[in-house]
Design a protein around this ligand. Structure first.
Ligand SMILES: [Fe+2]
Length: 388
């Protein structure tokens, strides 16, 4: 890259970890934040004209690569081209650190199965090796514990590449996200219509896989995560028993708990609770579970994730203070920056603080005084390099 990594930003609203400075400046040297000040800058720099400066966002669970790689049910797009398009979209959403959520374990209704994991992993590595990635990509393996081949997939991946995060998922009908079979039927019939007979045999098959595999695979995956040094996440916890199981497995963060009871129990156990940005923006869960806003009001929401819409990460962080007066903008921005960085052991980023990476986002709020203000990403830097 040829652009200088030494520059000054002035006349910006700085979103610091604990407060917003209405007018301030930031000096960047060698890809790091060198100095932060309030009021007029010591010399002229890039004039933000009052726009917000927020730290680069940290995204822990996005499956958006699949949208580029499998744009139609039976189509697989060119892998490297998919990675580059996904990377560009992630950067344009203000995200500078992304955990690519790759499915491990063949799933009868999944779009990314079997050898696709290896294909995507090698495409990401190829893009990284040539220095073409805008965003810092890390790996989150989404392990479907009821699948017969999940251990094989994870071991094959871990033999070749670092694994930074693993989540233990169980989407068996009647479990967690689909706590009763009717919820599952409603959700899947909309996604993939089938006859009652086909649905019954699909359910019977999934229940059998669950009975045979879920218990032993969970324990094996916990051991693999320990060896790989991966942060462990639980997924769709629905009950206090699920929260206790997460504690027993050494889980650090809980993705998308489906009830307030589970979220409160996880919070009390010191596990970070993560919910979806689309859930906040849309005002509820797409599969009928607890609203992220309800957890935020109860003070048990720590992290937001863009889940299936990259742009929702910044939007949801700006939306929280509008919905919940006790949450200010600085706290809301922490849910998409500092808290996910800390939960995954990344101490060098996630805040506007001297000495940290200059991962920076210029945000203009369109229609600031209107009914529905919309944050727009205008520029993004990763370690001082402009990436969007
Ligand atoms: Fe889920």
């Amino acid at each position: 890259m040829t652009e200088p990594t030494e520059f000054l930003i002035e006349n910006a609203s700085l979103v610091l970890p604990d407060r917003v400075v209405e007018k301030g400046w930031v000096a960047v040297v060698d890809g790091k934040i060198a100095e932060i000040g309030e009021g007029n800058a010591p010399e002229r720099g890039l004039d933000f004209a009052g726009d917000y400066l927020v730290p680069g966002l940290v995204e822990l669970h996005t499956d958006h690569l699949e949208a580029h790689f499998a744009p139609r049910p039976h189509v697989r797009w060119h892998a490297l081209s998919s990675v580059m398009a996904y990377d560009a979209q992630i950067a344009a959403a203000g995200i500078t650190t992304v955990f690519d959520s790759l499915r491990a374990g063949s799933d009868a209704d999944s779009i990314s199965i079997g050898t696709d994991l290896a294909v995507l992993a090698s495409a990401i590595e190829a893009a990284r090796a040539t220095g073409h990635l805008r965003v810092d990509h890390r790996t989150h393996l989404r392990c479907e514990i009821a699948c017969g081949d999940v251990i094989e997939h994870v071991e094959a991946y871990a033999a070749l590449y670092p694994v930074h995060m693993m989540s233990l998922m169980d989407h068996t009908p009647g479990q967690r996200q689909f706590k009763d079979l009717e919820t599952w039927r409603r959700y899947y019939m909309r996604k993939k219509p089938m006859t009652d007979e086909a649905a019954n045999s699909f359910i019977a098959n999934r229940l059998e896989l669950h009975a045979n595999n879920a218990g032993p695979n969970r324990l094996k995956l916990v051991t693999i995560a320990g060896k790989a040094g991966a942060v462990l996440a639980s997924h769709d916890d629905a009950t206090e028993a699920h929260a206790a199981e997460a504690v027993g497995n050494g889980v650090a963060l809980a993705e998308f708990p489906t009830t307030i009871e589970a979220a409160v129990a996880l919070n009390q156990a010191g596990i970070s609770v993560m919910m979806g940005g689309p859930n906040v923006v849309r005002g509820g869960s797409h599969s009928g579970n607890v609203a992220a806003e309800e957890l935020a009001r109860a003070g048990v929401l720590d992290i937001l994730s863009s889940d299936y819409v990259p742009a929702s990460l910044l939007m949801s962080a700006f939306e929280l203070p509008r919905r919940i007066p006790s949450i200010d903008l600085a706290s809301a921005i922490r849910t998409v920056t500092q808290t996910p960085a800390r939960a995954t052991g990344l101490a060098d980023r996630g805040a506007l603080e001297a000495g940290l990476r200059a991962d920076l986002v210029r945000v203009h709020v369109s229609g600031r005084d209107s009914e529905s203000p919309t944050p727009i990403v205008r520029r993004v830097w990763r370690e001082g390099h402009r990436v969007s």
